[in-house]
Design a protein around this ligand. Structure first.
Ligand code: NDP
Length: 603
């Protein structure tokens, strides 16, 4: 079937109906934090905590977060000759999300060559096109060692307060381990999706069986290990997994092979495209890994994934497929007919074609027609996080695996003994929550601390009407602080490690400049920050994260929170435009929009 044969109006209608079923007035408030009885879900099952004396010293740069953001920033600072760097993380080691998420089947969804940072610098060749979690965690440790970031790191340490000391031009950092040390500069790489959340299902507190969140997989209960060994303690267990996002898509095949009965509770199906993983051929890798290769790959992937107009496609996978289709359609249009309307129509056609293929794949793989019907995603591919897997759909053909489709409503209730949907109780021994992480909640809530900046202003006050930054990195009123994250930079949907790569470089160049010239402080002007935010808001065609899409974290759960949610965007001309802008800004050496100040009392 070609797109011309499709009833596009009927498809649009179907997409809207499916979205409407899922819209709910409480948006992000529908989720629960892991407090009280659920706080035990947050314990570190991997590394014992070791005692140490509190720190009361001074460092040049404190980096909060030891995941990709902290590692990339720390690495670039070290490369810039700034040695006095201290990374702080609540985990027991480097790795961030890869430290915590060790569920069976975890692997990167974006090609390793553009996902794993600093491959060229560390000389690591990913073993697979989509590396598995243990290799990524090991790579984080490799980066830590390669750049000497272990030397001064504080693990199992949570920052609880960050206050600007105006007289000494430095930050006072307090932690839950009793530390009270100072830093001239602070980089914050706290992660976009790191605070686990639970669905606010009535009765969730009542369940008397075993339960855990996927980000703290309980191998003591399930058996097996993160490298994929069989979950050999589940052979006599009835297990429920709630959620069918990217995490569930990866771990369901492992549960399906191991449990006596597996019930997968679904609210919205993910779109699950072909994965096609393969080992890396060392000869091929040697041929591509010429100087500057990873930056070229990053830029090529971003151009293909978010812009669609690059000449070649190095990664060639499901992320860039949509753009390839769009490009082919565009190429067929004479230049004079390339109006915005025609281009949007070409993009929609490419999307219809792609999604029809993904839905047809469900029918081709899943034997039970009712289950197949339930697994089909009725929305545009980039409305929700696309998934890729070659065993997920197949899992539903195994005996003992049941899809419980809630038709967009979600689980009705949890009892002492099971999970209820449409009045029917499914008795289970264990409930696994694959319910994701907080996105779109207030930054200080996700960070676990507020910042007190110049004049005693809190970051939460400065951002009361929504996030305000220059380039997604600098904040007026908060000197010497840098954010390492994608919002107000490229955007959340573009390749996150590319965002972090550029932020790390920019921060290192800025700190180097301040130190070389003896400046005590650097801060964006109010004017520069205002101008950047207004520029971000000038974008109109926001296809990604659109309110027309099925609710999810890409569109603030379908809830328009006014300006507060509108500013959670990226560069209006796309991710590549941001990366080009920030590189030119950095290279110019003029630091436009930033004010550097000498030490107080200096002439
Ligand atoms: P998600 O937020 O994507 O998924 C949560 C799931 O829980 C959704 O299916 C959601 O349904 C469901 N849910 C929520 N409330 C209820 C309810 N009341 N009843 C039934 N179901 C409910 O979390 P994930 O952990 O899967 O993924 C989060 C993100 O982490 C990904 O989008 C991705 O960015 C990242 N990730 C990356 C990976 C990689 O790169 N390798 C792997 C895994 C995750 P609904 O869709 O209707 O809201």
């Amino acid at each position: 079937m070609t797109v011309a044969d499709l009833d596009k109006d009927a498809l649009r209608r179907k997409y809207r109906e499916e979205r409407d079923k899922r819209l709910r007035p409480d948006g992000n408030d529908q989720y629960l934090r892991l407090t009280g009885r659920f706080a035990r879900y947050l314990d570190d099952p991997y590394t014992p905590v070791t005692e140490r004396a509190p720190k009361t010293d001074h460092v040049t740069v404190a980096v909060i977060g030891g995941g990709f953001a902290g590692l990339l920033t720390g690495a670039r600072l070290k490369e810039a000759g700034i040695d006095d760097v201290r990374v702080i993380d609540k985990a027991g080691d480097f790795g961030g999300t890869w430290y915590w998420n060790r569920y069976p089947g975890a692997q990167c969804d974006t090609a390793s060559f553009v996902y794993m940072p600093l491959l060229e610098e560390t000389g690591h060749m990913p073993t697979e096109k989509y590396a598995h979690a243990p290799e990524i965690l090991e790579h984080c440790r490799r980066i830590g060692k390669h750049f000497g970031l272990y030397d001064n790191a504080l693990f199992h340490t949570e920052v609880v307060d960050l206050t600007w000391d105006e007289t000494r031009s430095r930050w006072l950092i307090r932690t839950g381990r009793g530390d009270a040390f100072t830093a001239q500069f602070v980089a914050m790489g706290i992660g976009p999706l790191h605070v686990p959340k639970l669905p606010g299902i009535p009765g969730i507190d009542d369940f008397r069986g075993h339960s855990f969140h996927t980000s703290r997989w309980d191998y003591a209960y399930t058996g097996g290990d993160p490298s994929g060994a069989p979950l050999d303690r589940l052979g006599d267990k009835r297990v429920a997994i709630i959620g069918t996002g990217a995490t569930a898509v990866q771990c369901v095949p492992h549960l399906a092979r191991s449990c006596a009965e597996l019930y997968v509770f679904q609210r919205t199906p993910s779109s699950v495209d072909v994965r096609d993983n393969r080992p890396t051929d060392p000869g091929w890798f040697a041929s591509i890994a010429t100087p500057g290769w990873q930056q070229r790959w990053l830029e090529n992937f971003t151009a293909n994934q978010t812009g669609g107009l690059a000449e070649e496609d190095l990664v060639m996978d499901g992320w860039t497929d949509l753009a390839r289709r769009f490009r082919a359609r565009l190429g067929a249009l004479p230049p004079e007919e390339r109006t915005q309307e025609r281009m949007l129509a070409a993009f929609e056609d490419a999307d219809f074609e792609k999604m029809e293929e993904i839905r047809a794949r469900v029918d081709a793989v899943v034997r039970d027609p009712e289950t197949a019907r339930g697994l089909k995603a009725w929305y545009r591919q980039l409305c929700k996080r696309p998934c890729f897997h070659d065993e997920y759909l197949q899992s539903y053909n195994l005996p003992g695996v049941h899809l419980v489709d809630t038709d967009g409503k979600g689980v009705e209730r949890i009892t002492e003994t099971g999970v209820v949907v449409a009045g029917k109780e499914y008795a289970v021994d264990c409930v696994i929550y694959a319910s994701g992480f907080e996105v779109g909640t207030d930054y200080h809530r996700r960070a676990g601390y507020d910042l007190t900046g110049r004049g005693g202003t809190r970051l939460s006050e400065h951002w009361a009407e929504g996030m305000r930054t220059l380039h997604g990195i600098h904040v007026h009123g908060f000197p010497n602080v840098f954010l390492v994250q994608p919002t107000q930079g490229a955007n959340l949907i573009s390749n996150i490690p590319h965002n972090l790569t550029e932020a790390g470089r920019t921060i290192a160049v800025t700190v180097r400049h301040a130190l070389d010239h003896g400046y005590a402080e650097v801060e964006p002007t109010a004017r520069a920050e205002d101008a950047w935010v207004e520029f971000l808001l000038s974008g109109t065609a926001r296809l990604l994260g659109s309110a027309d899409c099925t609710p999810g974290y890409y569109n603030n759960e379908g809830r328009d929170a006014g300006r507060k949610s509108w500013v959670g965007v990226g560069h209006p001309h796309g991710a590549m435009a941001y990366f080009t802008h920030i590189a030119a800004w950095r290279d110019s050496g003029t630091f436009e929009g930033l004010e550097f100040r000498p030490p107080k009392g200096a002439a």
